[in-house]
Design a protein around this ligand. Structure first.
Ligand code: GLU
Length: 479
């Protein structure tokens, strides 16, 4: 078996779209899994729409995701000469012919066919020209395109995702491969480049299925071995429509700037059209490579759900160590005005312990920052919803919190087992379940109704600050 060679071939006409990133990822995973090579080709033949800025955005997006390519980037536009040589070879072998019909003539014939409610297909009239006439027109400098002569029969392939796909050739017209200005049409450029790059697997979006029979015919006519084709399902929004800007951010860079971790983005993208089986969802990159297989590729359209992406990000946050996420969280805390980098560095052990507690309860870096506030600021504000829920009977809550404060104040050491014993004894004495003490206390300590475990909160805040917060809550409730 030869080494698999795959490529990602984006057109640099915009940012790196999540659909493109998904295609790149699947090619990359396949190459990494089977010891193959992953190549990058920038399809910049459409000079009017291609920009250097888009090319840069594609590089940046792939680099952020860690989808590294194995050889120098190939720029399709630099291969113009080879594309022309290949078109000429097809002409010389008789697989293609010159077509002198002008765009205006073709447009008119198409309009006439439409008026007759017939599908338009090029009628091969230039293929019927006598050789001498063709020579005369060429000598007279008449512009011509080169058309591929579609043979009779059926074109089929065994798609890695869809199984056998067949197209009757009669439905395909003799298609242009080289324009009159000498530039190649997409199908010729792609095939010529894929042959030159020795690509063995062409994995790309479903939207290219209809190009594949034409490309297969070109491979055959050029005498080249066919690659394996794999067509990945389209990505839809939650409403079942093709993913577009209407559904929110579709650029990979937008998610990078929203604080999504690259490994969470990759994991999320990996599940758009692939199932590792066994209900596995959360995977590190090495696990994705390990589990990846063509059998798990799915046919049906994948759904892009940003809530799932956030959830995935939370899962990956909790897999990282607090030291790993520190460089991402610190600037966000500084920006939010909760502490300076120097203050955090001065109490780094405490800060890392805090991050350990918060990361498992957060989906994004912003969530961590929000939850960190009560530990970093002197004053807290009580979340009105938490207050309404946990402090319903205000005089009784004030009384309960006062007793909890007294019990904690009396502890010989600020340690969780002692705290737990004291607070459970208080609950029991009052005929309450533990939670009926812990929940109101949580609001007193953090202002929020969700936080790390209550004893962890007491330890993170320290004795003095905890007791002061309980006092403040009692005053607030009694006042
Ligand atoms: N440039 C094409 C696209 O962006 C690539 C198609 C292919 O992979 O063959 O859709």
């Amino acid at each position: 078996m030869s080494v698999p060679r795959l490529r990602f071939a984006p057109s640099p006409t915009g940012y790196l779209h999540v659909g493109g990133a998904r295609t790149a990822l699947f090619n990359w995973l396949y190459a990494r899994k089977y010891g193959g090579q992953f190549l990058l080709r920038i399809e910049d033949t459409d000079k009017a729409r291609s920009t250097d800025e888009s090319t840069r955005a594609i590089f940046e997006g792939l680099e952020w995701l860690g989808l590294t390519w194995d050889e120098d980037v190939v720029y399709q536009g630099a291969n113009l000469e080879r594309h022309q040589v290949d078109a000429r070879r097809l002409l010389d072998s008789g697989a293609a012919y010159r077509c002198f019909c002008t765009r205006e003539e073709l447009d008119q014939r198409r309009a006439e066919a439409e008026a007759r409610k017939e599908p338009f297909k090029y009628d091969r009239r230039c293929d019927a020209l006598p050789a001498a006439e063709v020579e005369r027109r060429v000598a007279a400098g008449m512009p011509f395109t080169i058309r591929f002569r579609v043979p009779d029969g059926t074109t089929s392939w065994d798609d890695m995702v869809h199984g056998t796909i067949s197209f009757p050739n009669k439905d395909i017209e003799d298609f242009v491969i080289l324009r009159s200005d000498g530039t190649p049409i997409y199908n010729l450029a792609v095939v010529s480049d894929d042959i030159a790059m020795r690509i063995t697997i062409v994995m790309r979006g479903d939207d290219h299925i209809s190009n594949t029979p034409k490309q297969i015919m070109l491979y055959r006519a050029l005498g080249a071995e066919l690659p394996t084709f794999a067509h990945l399902p389209m990505i839809h929004g939650l409403d079942g429509k093709k993913l577009s800007k209407r559904h929110g951010a579709t650029a990979v860079g937008d998610y990078q700037h929203m604080g999504i971790l690259p490994q969470a983005m990759l994991n999320f993208l990996a599940l758009l059209g692939w199932s590792p089986g066994n209900d596995i969802e959360v995977m590190t990159v090495p696990q994705m490579i390990e589990l990846f297989s063509a059998d798990g590729l799915l046919k049906k359209a994948a759904v892009f759900d940003t809530a799932k992406l956030e959830w995935m990000n939370g899962q990956h946050l909790s897999l990282l160590s607090s030291a790993d996420i520190e460089p991402r969280v610190t600037p966000a805390i500084v920006r939010a005005g909760l502490a300076t980098a120097g203050e955090l560095a001065a109490k780094r052990d405490w800060y890392l312990a805090l991050l350990d507690q918060l990361k498992v309860r957060s989906r994004t870096i912003d969530d961590i920052v929000r939850q960190a506030e009560p530990y970093l600021k002197d004053d807290i504000t009580y979340d009105p919803a938490a207050e309404a829920k946990q402090w319903k009977d205000r005089p009784a809550t004030a009384d309960l919190l006062r007793a909890a404060g007294d019990a904690l104040k009396a502890l010989p050491a600020w340690e969780p087992p002692l705290m737990e014993e004291a607070l459970r004894a208080l609950a029991e004495a009052r005929g309450l379940a533990g939670g009926k003490v812990f929940q109101p206390l949580r609001v007193a300590l953090t202002g929020l109704s969700v936080s790390p475990g209550i004893f962890d909160v007491l330890v993170l805040l320290g004795r003095e600050r905890s007791l002061a917060r309980i006092d403040a809550a009692v005053r607030h409730l009694a006042g």
